[in-house]
Each structure stands twice: as structure tokens, then as C-alpha cells.
Design a protein. Structure first.
Lengths: 469, 503
């Protein structure tokens, strides 16, 4: 493998005084004295290109950047005719070029991501670079095919078709990391059986690994712990090369819904020496935007680093972690994350304790544990499900979800919530249009009872509108 | 001085009334709502004796102050005329013309006939305040709202909640066309000849003109100082000054005081009638002069019955990928046997006989429920429909603003008990039956608890649940119709009631 080290040095925007001010510790060897603003230098200095932290894949010996690129949240733009949206390919190219130039070499996508457009866009961008300068991860997302009355053979054929499409869309003849996607969802173990065992799909994939078209085989897990335990119990047969789990300082000990605490998952994997790929290290951005109080407390400890960096450092601090995936939509997020991981400064025990305490406070808020992964969308009745949750959670963090009209900022908070609601979600896509058909529920990796949450938020909005709180 | 007072007051009133039609937040009405309530015709229709007596007394004292200060249509014409006068050599462009009694009283007679017969639309077309209301709400309000939306656009980017975006939509094509047409006609008349409309067509002008003949204070010409230059007549936008004959037609004089300062000899004054020294006051008798004829334009109105709504087709597809938003088809207006009028309106008849179609209620409706009727008999009078929103329980805006008694003031508590219509279920559209999914959104949002979900098959408890309406409890607010997932036609819609009931 060769690390891209020809560097396209870029100028960066000043981000003086902005809350996301980032690290100076990352600027190892940078002389503080030369860092004065008067000299016209930027406060943050340049994003380092040569100090990315790497971990070694024990099977192949390859070095994987601890910051991996999640390709689930590519920037979108409206189609010219105004109907729907497509991926902004130019922006993707820029982001991927920049990522590679700064040492990121792991790119994780899946067939259904970004309305089914992610693999193709990722493939186009990566194709412009030498194939040995990056690792591609994609997934067998045949969970979308079950429950439609297909026979095992039909499901097998459709799944293999999906597998081959990934090669075509990614424009490659081998895949570095291939995952059984979202194992444990649906009905859990029975769904896992239907997807991979009853139709012998797993045998097919194991053979593909032998043939070298799949270099590493693993699975990603959400939901039913029986599925996770079952697959690990047969590790001796299958030799999982890696496993992808949701791990962050919230889920480590306080997983929501049907999800299992990451502490257990990690320990089980660590015991078997299986490399861990971390997804949702930031809980879909929720851990980047905390309440003012929590925000200030973390900032006091490391005033020049972003709130998001805490979540990434938490995930990266575990030695068995191979890479930490982040779905970076914006260049600023990419830059901030590179600063965090180049090089990575693991959390101290004191910091772990601080994060656990942060979680304890967060648990007191009625936030919806949505990571905006959009697996639930499109809603057949047009709701912008994640948009509604994002707005609600944002208002909680900003103190605009009030519990009574006696609150001193009632007027202001009410206005901010209602006006902001109409701004972030078109009226026809708001919570009051949820009919409770329940079609979304089994798609949610966080097992949120979406209709119940919609009705809760709708009820809150009604109370605000009627001023009956 | 008098002119300056008149101008100041006129501008203040004009801004206040216009603000009522532009403001969509409902805050200005609390302060300035009275400026609509003191308008002559609405006050007459609502039998507001205090206001009527006050206006009559005002007119008997000072002449048609109402027309030059309070009436927004009058002030609008003055503004147009003033701009027109800014043109070169146009400062003194008027001339005296005799009164057209047959036209004035003819229009008044027809109007009173219609009023008694309860034909609202004719009343509506001629009422001056309402005419202005239509112009303001149809022509000015959209501009104001677009301006607001621009500010909202910036506010959103500045993370401010000071402005929020509002929807600008064509509420009724006939009303819009009538507003444009009246604006053009009255505007052209004012541009050329000042107050032609007020002194030939306007019925409030005719009624007040009749009263102002007897006013205590009035414009008088001191014949001893007058040199018959005729400058005052050329400055008189009401064309009521016969400077050469030393006569003023007090039925048409709107007491604008423009002539006072125009006279270079100080011959003109606004004086108490009894103080007149030079000869007995003679009423103008209708002297003929060769003056230019004011156009009397007959108008014809277009009606259109259908609103064109763009519809996008819903792509019915299996969910295979993540993310994205399903297309939403716009709702269409269902055919209603009886139109819906808002709570407080009491009955269709009450609206038809009281409403002057000023559009104030339509302008303030925050839920986009009210719009002007397109039906010929109730043309431009408000009616409710629920494609864009529904008559929310906490809102009583329209009842607060109505100056004419077409929608009477109600409280939020009253509203919860006023039945303006009832919901009707449409089996063919109901989602549990068509899509085979659970729904119940209508029942969940019914503020009256009038909808229950029951198994569609009485013998099978787990058959799809469908809504049943308790029409006795239903108040007709339209929450069910608006929030029904069936599109473009809802599976539950509201039929209006001719007479509202308290339940």
C-alpha cells in the first residue's frame, strides 16, 4: 500500500472565535512563538497531511487510517427539474481527494446509501486514484429484499445480483472489506437465517473471500443481540476478519432501544482478537451539539478542540478499533476530524469519567436517539422523519423545548421552536401528518418507535400552538 | 394649517388601515383594529350606532372629513392624484364640473335595493372601504409578504427568529381580477380628475355629501377679496368649486382644504356658517359650465370557478434505498354542497347580508383557510376550505377583525362549541382500505373528539379500522380533512351548515 503523500496544500478559512476551534496539540512540533496572529498566520495552522494515525489489520498487515470515511452522508443537490435530488459529484470528488491527501484510506459505503447513489458516486471519485491507495468497504444489504415473499433461491439470486452491482458501481474487481449489512435488524436471528443461511448466501460469500474478490469479510450489527452472539459463536468456522459496531460514549454503557451496550460488543470482539470498525461514533451528529452547559464543560478541558473531537477520541482510544467511521458531508467536518486523528490523542481516565458524566446529564433530556441515518426514509406519506427529530433535538439542546408557560423564556422558546419547525421541515412533512402506519419502525437501527415519537412531538407542537403548556 | 392637519391625519389613517391588511401576525389589529371598525358602511351594516352617529355628526359639523381622512380609498385616490400633480404643468389641472345627480342617487338607489334584497356581491363591489381592502389584500399584501419572506430568508441565515416565511397564494381569481380592475379604473380616474369616483359612484360619498350640504363649518369664498381668477377651481380635485361664480358644491366638497392656501388673496376660508357676513349662503343650484365630462365606466366582472392546482404524481414504489422524500400531491377542494363560513358568522345569510367583502378576514387568517368566494351570489365574501390548513381551535382572528358584523366576535371557548359544518367520510379514499395500513390521523387530531376508529368489518376485530363521525359533536373545523393522508382528495371532508349551531 502506498500512502498518498503528494500534498495539495491549501489555504483555510480563518475560524476565529468560532466554537469549533480546533486543536493546537495536533500541530505537533509547531512552534508556538511563530504562531502569532500579527504575522498574518491563521490561528489553527494548516491541517496536517503527514501525521494521520494508523492501525494494522492483523490478517493482511495493511495499515488502515483510524479515521475512516463513511459514505452515507454525501452532499446532495436538487435535480435540475426540481424533482428529488442527486449526489453533488464535484463536492464528493473534492472531499475524497482531500481525504486521501491527508492520509484517510478507508471508505465505507453500501448499496442503499444516499437513495442508492452512494456506491456509484464513491466509485467515480475513487477511480481517479490508484486502486492500492485506499480500501473500499461495502455491504450485502439484502435486508431490503426479505419479507417480500421471495423463495430462498430467488433471494439468493437477487442478493448475488446486488453483490455484483457493487463491483460495477464501485468500478473495482475486488472489495477490501465486505460486510453482512445490519445483522440483527428485522426480526433479529430469524431474519439473519433467512438472509444468509437458509439460502447459503454466506457460503457464497466465504467462497468469494477464498477467491480473493473479498479480502476481508465481516458484518455490521444493530438490534437483536442473539444475531451478534450467534455469528461470533461460529467465528471458528467463518473467521470474521472484522466486525462493525455502533460505539460512542453514549452507547458504550447506555445504548437505547434494542441496541446493546457497546462495552459488551467490544469486549466480546476483543476477546476473539477481531478488529472493530466503529460506526456512529458521533451518533449522527448528536454528540457534536450538546447543551450549552455540557458544551462549556468539555470546552473548559480542551478549549481549542471541537465537541465532536471528544467523541472521535473516545472511539479511537480503544486499541482493537481498526477505524472510526465518520460520514463527513462538509469540508469543515473533514478538516476538523483530520486534526483530531492526526495524530490521535487517546482519552485519559479522567476524560473517560468526564464523558460518562456528560452522558448521565444527557440522559435526563427527552432527546430522540435518532442518528439521521435515513434508513426509515422515504416515508410513503411524505414525512421528513429525521428532519423532525433533528429539529426537536436541536431545540432541546438550545433550551427551546420548555415544559411550562411559567418558564421565563417561554415566549422566546415557543417562537424559536415553531418558527424553526416550519423552516426546517415543510408543513406537509411535519409530525402531524404521521398516520402511524408503522412501516418505518423496523428500518430503524436505533429501534426508535417513530410513530410514537411523532405523536409525542405533534402533541408538544399542538400545546405550543394552543399555548396550553 | 388645516390642510396640514388633514394631511397628517389622512396619512396616519391610511397607513393604519393598510397595515391591517398587510399584517399577517395579528398583532397590529389589537392596536389599530378600530380604524376598520369606524368605516361608514361596515358600521352601518353592523348597526354600530355610536360610530354612525359620530360620523353623521362629524359630517354635519365639518363636512366630508370622513372622505378625506378616514376612508382609505379616498386617501389612496388623493395619493394618486398628488403624484399625477407632480408632473409638469399639472399642478392646476382640475376644473369645475356640475354634479351628476341622477348617477349619484341612481347608484345609491340600486345599492339600497340590493342591500334590502340581501344581494351581497353588489354591495361588496361598490363599498369604498371594501374596495380598498380588496386592492390592499390582493395587490399590496403579496408584495409586503414577499418582502417579509426576503427578510425571513436573511433572518434564517442569521439564525434569527424575528421573521418567518409566509405563503403567498392566489386566494380567488375573480376577486383578484376585480381588485386589479377597480385599482386601474379608480387609479386612472384619480390620475386624471381627482375625486371623480367619490363624487359620482361612491355611495358613502353620496350619503355623506347629502349631509354635508348642511355642515356647520364649510369652505367659503369671501367675495370681497375674490378677483375671480379661478385658481381655486383648478386646484379642486373634487371639481366642486366654481371660483368665478363664488359657489361651492358642498355635497361634493371633501374638506381637503387645498383651496385655502391656493387662493393668493386669502379669499377662501373654512368658517362657521353663521359667521358669514357677506350675504346669505346660497346652495349651489347646478350652473352649467363647459367642463370636461368625467368618465362613467361600466364594469364587467369575470368569474372563474376553478383554481388550477399543479399536481405532482406520487411515485408509488417499494422502499429499496435509504433517504429521500416521497412526492406530495397537492390537495384539491372537494365539492361541497353548502359552503363553510367561519365560526362567528352565524349563518350563510348573515354573511351574505353583512359582508362588504373587504377581505380583512381573508388577510388575517393565519391558517390559509379563508378565501374569497367565487360563487356569483356571494362573490368575494369569505368562505372556508381546508386544503392548506384548518380552522385551528386557538384562533379567533377573523371574528376579531370583521368590521361589518358578518363574523361576530367569539372567544376561544365559544369556538369549541360552534358547529359550522360536519365531517363526511369518503370510503373510496380511506387509506386503511386503499393502502391496507393503520391510520386514524383524523381521529387523533379531532379537537372535538367526534371521530372514533372502528373495525370496518363488524364481525372481525382486526379488520382495518375506519373513522366514524359523531356529527353531533363535530364542529366542522376541518382538522380531519386537512390532515387526512389521502390525496388529492381527502377521505373525510367537511360539509358546511347554512346556520351555525351551538353544541
Amino acid at each position: 500500500m502506498s500512502e498518498q503523500k503528494d500534498i495539495n496544500r491549501r489555504e483555510f478559512l480563518k475560524r476565529l472565535g468560532i466554537g469549533t476551534a480546533a486543536t493546537s496539540t495536533a500541530l505537533a512540533g509547531c512552534d508556538r512563538k511563530n504562531h502569532s496572529m500579527a504575522a498574518g498566520r491563521m490561528a489553527q495552522g494548516e491541517v496536517p497531511t503527514d501525521s494521520m494515525s494508523y492501525r494494522t489489520n492483523p490478517k493482511t498487515g495493511e495499515k488502515v487510517s483510524v479515521l475512516g470515511y463513511g459514505c452515507m452522508r454525501w452532499p446532495m443537490k436538487p435535480v435540475d427539474d426540481g424533482n428529488g435530488e442527486v449526489i453533488d459529484q464535484e463536492a464528493v470528488n473534492e472531499l475524497i481527494d482531500y481525504a486521501l491527501a491527508h492520509g484517510i484510506n478507508y471508505f465505507d459505503t453500501a448499496p442503499p446509501y444516499c437513495q442508492g447513489l452512494s456506491e456509484k458516486a464513491t466509485g467515480i471519485a475513487l477511480k481517479r486514484h490508484p486502486r492500492n491507495s485506499y480500501y473500499i468497504a461495502t455491504k450485502m444489504s439484502n435486508h431490503r429484499l426479505v419479507g417480500q415473499g421471495l423463495s430462498p433461491q430467488e433471494l439468493f439470486d437477487a442478493s448475488v445480483q446486488m453483490y455484483r452491482n457493487s463491483f460495477r458501481d464501485l468500478q473495482t474487481d475486488y472489495i477490501d472489506y465486505y460486510l453482512l449489512h445490519i445483522v440483527g435488524m428485522g426480526e433479529g436471528l430469524p431474519t439473519l437465517m433467512e438472509r444468509f443461511f437458509d439460502n447459503d448466501l454466506l457460503d457464497f460469500l466465504l467462497k468469494e473471500r477464498e477467491a480473493g474478490r473479498i479480502r476481508n469479510l465481516g458484518f455490521s450489527y444493530h438490534g437483536d443481540i442473539r444475531a451478534f452472539d450467534y455469528l461470533l459463536s461460529r467465528h471458528d468456522e467463518f473467521h470474521w476478519d472484522f466486525v462493525q459496531i455502533q460505539m460512542n460514549y453514549m452507547d458504550y454503557r447506555h445504548a437505547s432501544g434494542r441496541n446493546f451496550n457497546a462495552e459488551y460488543l467490544y469486549t466480546e470482539l476483543d476477546r476473539r482478537n477481531i478488529p472493530v470498525v466503529v460506526m456512529e461514533p458521533l451518533l449522527g451528529g448528536r454528540l457534536a451539539g450538546l447543551t450549552d452547559h455540557l458544551n462549556a464543560r468539555l470546552k473548559q478541558f480542551r478549549p481549542e478542540e471541537s465537541i465532536a473531537s471528544w467523541a472521535f477520541r473516545f472511539a479511537g482510544s480503544f486499541p482493537r478499533v481498526l477505524t472510526v467511521l465518520s460520514g463527513m458531508t462538509y469540508m469543515e467536518h473533514l478538516q476538523d476530524n483530520i486534526r483530531t486523528f492526526a495524530p490521535l490523542d487517546p482519552c485519559t481516565d479522567e476524560e473517560f469519567a468526564l464523558l460518562e458524566d456528560t452522558v448521565q446529564t444527557m440522559l435526563k433530556y427527552p432527546s430522540v436517539p435518532c442518528t439521521a441515518c435515513q434508513y426509515c426514509m422515504p416515508c410513503p406519506y411524505g414525512l421528513d422523519i429525521s428532519g423532525i427529530f433533528v429539529h426537536y433535538n436541536k431545540c432541546i439542546n438550545e433550551g427551546n423545548v420548555i415544559s411550562s408557560s411559567q418558564d421565563e423564556n417561554y415566549r422566546k422558546a415557543r417562537r424559536a421552536f415553531l418558527v424553526g419547525y416550519d423552516r426546517s421541515v415543510p408543513r406537509l412533512r411535519q409530525a402531524n401528518h404521521c398516520i402511524g402506519c408503522n412501516q418505518c419502525v423496523h428500518h430503524c437501527p436505533q429501534s426508535i418507535d417513530i410513530p410514537a415519537q411523532m405523536q409525542r412531538i405533534d402533541h408538544f407542537v399542538e400545546q405550543l400552538k394552543k399555548e396550553k403548556l | 394649517m388645516l390642510r396640514k392637519i388633514r394631511l397628517t391625519l389622512a396619512v396616519l389613517f391610511f397607513i393604519a388601515v393598510t397595515a391591517l391588511f398587510l399584517d399577517f401576525t395579528g398583532t397590529i389589529h389589537a392596536w389599530l383594529g378600530w380604524t376598520a371598525k369606524i368605516q361608514f358602511l361596515p358600521a352601518l351594516l353592523v348597526l354600530n350606532v355610536g360610530v354612525i352617529v359620530a360620523l353623521v355628526l362629524l359630517t354635519l359639523l365639518f363636512g366630508r372629513i370622513y372622505c378625506s381622512v378616514i376612508c382609505p380609498l379616498g386617501v389612496m385616490q388623493d395619493i394618486v392624484s398628488w403624484i399625477s400633480g407632480k408632473r409638469k404643468k399639472m399642478k392646476y389641472r382640475f376644473s369645475y364640473s356640475p354634479e351628476r345627480k341622477w348617477l349619484r342617487y341612481g347608484v345609491l338607489g340600486v345599492f339600497i335595493g340590493n342591500l334590502i334584497a340581501g344581494i351581497g356581491s353588489f354591495v361588496a363591489v361598490l363599498a369604498p372601504y371594501s374596495t380598498y381592502g380588496r386592492i390592499a389584500s390582493n395587490l399590496f399584501a403579496p408584495l409586503y409578504r414577499w418582502g417579509n419572506n426576503l427578510l425571513a430568508y436573511f433572518a434564517e441565515r442569521a439564525d434569527s427568529y424575528a421573521f418567518y416565511e409566509t405563503e403567498v397564494w392566489m386566494k380567488g381569481l375573480p376577486t383578484f381580477l376585480i381588485a386589479i380592475l377597480t385599482f386601474l379604473i379608480i387609479g386612472v380616474l384619480a390620475w386624471r380628475n381627482g375625486r371623480t369616483y367619490c363624487n359620482t359612484i361612491c355611495l358613502v360619498g353620496t350619503v355623506l355629501g347629502f349631509l354635508s350640504r348642511f355642515s356647520l363649518f364649510r369652505i367659503t369664498i369671501d367675495e370681497s377679496k375674490c378677483n375671480r381668477c379661478g385658481l381655486c377651481a383648478r386646484k379642486c380635485k373634487a371639481a366642486c368649486m366654481d371660483g368665478k361664480g363664488h359657489q361651492v358644491d358642498y355635497s361634493r366638497c371633501v374638506a381637503c382644504m387645498d383651496c385655502i392656501g391656493t387662493c393668493k388673496h386669502g379669499a377662501i376660508g373654512f368658517r362657521l356658517r353663521t359667521k358669514r357676513k357677506k350675504g346669505p349662503m346660497t346652495e349651489y343650484t347646478g350652473q352649467r359650465t363647459g367642463s370636461e365630462q368625467a368618465d362613467n365606466t361600466r364594469r364587467s366582472f369575470l368569474t372563474a370557478t376553478a383554481l388550477v392546482t399543479a399536481t405532482a404524481t406520487l411515485k408509488a414504489q417499494e422502499k429499496k434505498v435509504d433517504g429521500g422524500l416521497a412526492a406530495i400531491v397537492d390537495k384539491k377542494i372537494p365539492g361541497r354542497a353548502t359552503p363553510i363560513v367561519p365560526p362567528g358568522a352565524k349563518s350563510l345569510r348573515n354573511v351574505a347580508t353583512h359582508c362588504t367583502a373587504c377581505q380583512l378576514c381573508v388577510s388575517v387568517c393565519p391558517n390559509d383557510v379563508l378565501r374569497p368566494s367565487t360563487d356569483l351570489k356571494t362573490l368575494m365574501q369569505p368562505e372556508a376550505s381546508y386544503e392548506r390548513g384548518y380552522c385551528r381551535p386557538e384562533c379567533t382572528k377573523c371574528s376579531e377583525v370583521c368590521p361589518a358584523g358578518a363574523i361576530l366576535k367569539i372567544t376561544v371557548a365559544d369556538k369549541s362549541a360552534i358547529q359550522i359544518g360536519h365531517a363526511v367520510w369518503v370510503k373510496e379514499n380511506c387509506v386503511p382500505l386503499t393502502d391496507g395500513v393503520d391510520c386514524g390521523n383524523c381521529a387523533r387530531h379531532c379537537p372535538a373528539g367526534a371521530i372514533q376508529m372502528v373495525p370496518s368489518d363488524p364481525d372481525e376485530d382486526d379488520s382495518p379500522r375506519i373513522p366514524v363521525v359523531n356529527t353531533e359533536r363535530c364542529i366542522g373545523c376541518g382538522a380531519c380533512e386537512n390532515l387526512c393522508p389521502a390525496r388529492p382528495f381527502s377521505a373525510i371532508y367537511v360539509e358546511g351548515h347554512e346556520r351555525h349551531r351551538i353544541i
